[in-house]
Design a protein around this ligand. Structure first.
Ligand code: NAD
Length: 367
């Protein structure tokens, strides 16, 4: 999705509201508490479809501008992710500035929870980098506007199985486009990162008879997954030279870049990692030129947000999985639109998300 930028001179004079108006953010809450050392920013990008939902990330940012940019970028991304997934949720995100190992404690989290509560449900928080479900339990002491709680607290628990299922069905829809059938039997798939999502995905793929290659920086994970599923372990320096059909990035972002695209021979890229394209404009076009079908990450990995959405309604895993299954049709529709209009798939996905927001905005005014 296109993130607009602003001239440095404009930014130094108008660092906040100018930045917000650029991508039409609704509201930002700056949070400070000297007693606990809490410094946080909550950004609400858009609430047309429903309350804004997005995780809280704790990170030792170099400066406040970096934190502001991150929270604005991430909250906007959540608007698109939820819209395209057909959820009645808007986009929001929070960042807590600081080293989680040094300053995160009960008082700081509860103070943060009070700030979340002050928004009256316009922003619902959840886990993200350096935040755990235990932290959500603590935040919950101060606000009901929190999701991603452990199952024993009535929450939805680990979202990874639902995310993995979404990746699997998205991969099938992509395969149908490329090979005319969504049967993955015999397809050679590289899964990079066999953590929570990657392992479950490997389970689906091996069950379907795909030939799976796995890579991970953790020897322990590799040993475990290779032992359980009988898949082939490949070294990092060799994986992009493999003769594969599908590349599934399930570890970290920016792995679709100049270096990997110079080597990749696959027909499909479809995985769980966020922000897979190192540069959306450059690499979104590059995959198109190389004849690789890129299933947009924020469409593919929406199972995570789908899972927490169902927690708000009284959690039911079957309903979450059944909603995640719709990622098959969504992927298919995005591919067809991209093909028809000759645009990168991520652009088509963004348009579909925007169209939904625009059309719902029109009916919101009607009683
Ligand atoms: P995880 O931490 O459980 O697993 C990630 C795995 O990748 C780990 O086994 C780790 O050792 C491995 N890894 C890290 N760096 C690597 C590298 N350079 N090369 C190879 N392997 C590497 O995370 P997860 O929950 O499985 O999520 C996977 C990805 O999907 C993440 O990028 C996450 O942001 C994204 N995602 C996850 C969910 C979810 O529901 N868990 C939802 C949406 C997006």
């Amino acid at each position: 999705m296109e993130v607009k930028t602003i001239k440095d001179t404009d930014l130094s004079q108008n660092p906040v509201i100018a930045q917000m108006s650029l991508n039409n953010h609704e509201q930002i809450l700056f949070c400070n508490d000297n007693a606990t050392g809490l410094k946080a920013i909550i950004a609400i990008h858009n609430t047309v479809l429903g309350p804004s939902l997005g995780g809280t990330r704790m990170w030792n940012y170099n400066n406040e501008m970096e934190a502001l940019n991150d929270v604005l970028r991430l909250s906007r991304g959540m608007t698109y992710k939820s819209s395209v997934a057909g959820l009645n949720l808007g986009g929001g995100k929070a960042v807590i500035i600081g080293d989680s190992k040094k300053i995160k404690n009960e008082a700081l989290l509860r103070r943060f929870g009070k700030f979340v509560n002050s928004l009256g449900g316009k922003y619902i928080t959840a886990e993200d980098v350096a935040m755990s479900s235990r932290d959500m339990e603590i935040i919950k002491m101060e606000t009901d506007h929190v999701s991603g709680l452990p199952e024993n607290m009535g929450g939805s628990g680990d979202p990874s199985p639902v995310t993995a299922y979404g990746v699997y069905v998205s991969m099938k829809a992509s395969a149908k486009e490329v090979w005319g059938s969504d049967n993955l039997a015999g397809k050679k798939v590289l899964v990079q990162g066999v953590g929570h999502v990657g392992e479950v995905l490997v389970g689906y793929l091996t069950k379907d008879g795909a030939k799976v290659y796995v890579n991970d920086i953790s020897e322990e994970r590799l040993k475990d997954v290779a032992g359980k599923y009988g898949v082939v372990v490949v070294k990092a320096e060799e994986m992009f030279d493999l003769d594969i059909d599908i590349y599934a990035p399930c570890a970290l972002g920016a792995t679709v870049n100049d270096d990997t695209l110079a080597k990749l021979k696959c027909k499909i890229i479809c995985g769980a990692a966020n922000n897979q394209l190192a540069n959306e404009h450059i690499h979104g076009q590059a995959v198109l030129k190389q004849g690789i079908l890129y299933a947009p990450d924020f469409v593919v990995n929406a199972g995570g947000i789908i899972n927490v959405y169902y927690e708000l309604e009284g959690y039911n895993r079957e309903r979450a999985l059944s909603h995640a299954e719709k990622i098959y049709d969504t992927t298919w529709n995005i591919i067809q639109m991209a093909k028809k209009e000759g645009i990168p798939t991520y652009v088509a996905a963004t348009r579909i998300a925007e169209q939904r927001i625009e059309s719902i905005a029109k009916i919101n005014a009607v009683l």
